[in-house]
Design a protein around this ligand. Structure first.
Ligand code: SF4
Length: 332
């Protein structure tokens, strides 16, 4: 959903944009000035089954939308547009492509934000040029900002204190760089001032604890543990306050892109060429490019199929630290 925002902004210049989204994704679009309305599709609960699908289709039809751009390519969303009687445009690789009114080539060599943006291009447009920036946009609201203010206050973080953000989690185990605690320990010595902030879901709390322990053992100040304490837009608001983010190939990377936070992105079983690299003005991607086994899957699996997991294990904390120090300084 975050990477869909450049497409939404483009379409909003021509008319109202109504977005069909899951409850979690709907929250991401709160306060977005280019979104006229969000139609929540809770397919697992209140809108389950064909009855729910018909109900959401009726809501979509009521918007008077002339075209449905299929950012999410399932057969279910394709059927939703059909039921609503709204012509649809989607990728030629999507599961629901047989139900689309028009299919657009899925360009493997483009960033996914650009692929989505190109859904709104006219057929036969051979001179397709993306705008200079495909950076997504998010708009944390007052309640999101208040969450961050409360968290900073509780941790005793001063208004001018520098924050270095770490996002050590991922639902895919092979994407989780295993050396965030070692990096945090080095950060205490490598950066003369600043505090480490850890972002993530509640399930990442143990990773934050390991980082906090490592920092404490080096005599550093207590970390700001934000795992499980912020909404997605709250995390975006915190990132806008951070000098740099170190992250795996996971959601915080895209939050940082939206807030233009300098980013050090660590890629293991996946590679940015798959279309999901960082888009902040200042970013660096790190990974073991010499490994011929990369990438080994579309998302990164739960275990390395070769057993050695060199793509992540061999990314040295000292090398990452050098990039963090470089990226967290003033822009050139
Ligand atoms: S096979 Fe290679 S890319 Fe995949 S998890 Fe193992 S080391 Fe990483």
């Amino acid at each position: 959903m975050i990477l869909t925002t450049p497409l939404i902004e483009r379409l909003a210049r021509e008319g109202e944009v109504h977005v069909v989204a899951t409850p979690a994704n709907a929250a991401v679009l709160a306060n977005h000035p280019s979104v006229a309305s969000v139609i929540v599709y809770d397919k697992r609960n209140t809108d389950a089954g064909l009855t729910g699908l018909r109900r959401v289709a009726a809501r979509l039809r009521a918007t008077g939308a002339s075209t449905a751009y299929m950012a999410q390519g399932s057969w279910r969303t394709a059927a939703l547009a059909r039921l609503a009687g709204v012509p649809s445009v989607g990728f030629d690789t999507s599961a629901g492509r047989w139900l689309y009114s028009r299919r657009v080539v899925y360009r493997k060599d483009w960033h996914h934000a650009q692929r989505l943006w190109a859904l709104a291009s006219n057929p036969g447009d051979r001179s397709l040029r993306a705008p200079e920036s495909m950076r997504p946009s998010l708009y944390p609201g007052e309640s999101d900002q208040a969450q961050v203010v409360a968290l900073l206050h509780a941790a005793g973080v001063g208004p001018s204190e520098r924050l270095i953000a770490l996002a050590p989690g991922s639902v895919w185990a092979t994407k989780r760089w295993p050396s965030y605690d070692a990096l945090a320990s080095e950060l205490v010595a490598g950066l003369r001032a600043g505090r480490v902030a850890v972002l993530g879901a509640a399930s990442d709390a143990s990773l934050a604890t390991a980082i906090g322990t490592a920092v404490q053992q080096r005599g550093g100040p207590p970390i700001l543990d934000a795992t499980g304490k912020l909404s997605l837009l709250g995390s975006a608001a915190l990132l806008s306050r951070c000098a740099v983010l170190v992250t795996n190939d996971s959601a915080p990377l895209h939050l940082a892109s939206a807030m233009n936070t300098p980013t050090v992105a660590l890629f293991g079983p996946t590679v940015p060429a798959m279309g999901f690299g960082p888009l902040s003005d200042r970013h660096v991607v790190m990974g073991r490019d010499e490994l011929t086994c990369r990438p080994c899957s579309a998302h990164g699996g739960q275990a390395c199929p070769l057993g050695h997991w060199k793509c992540m294990r061999d990314v040295e904390p000292s090398v990452v630290l050098a990039q963090v120090v470089r990226m967290s300084g003033p822009s050139q």
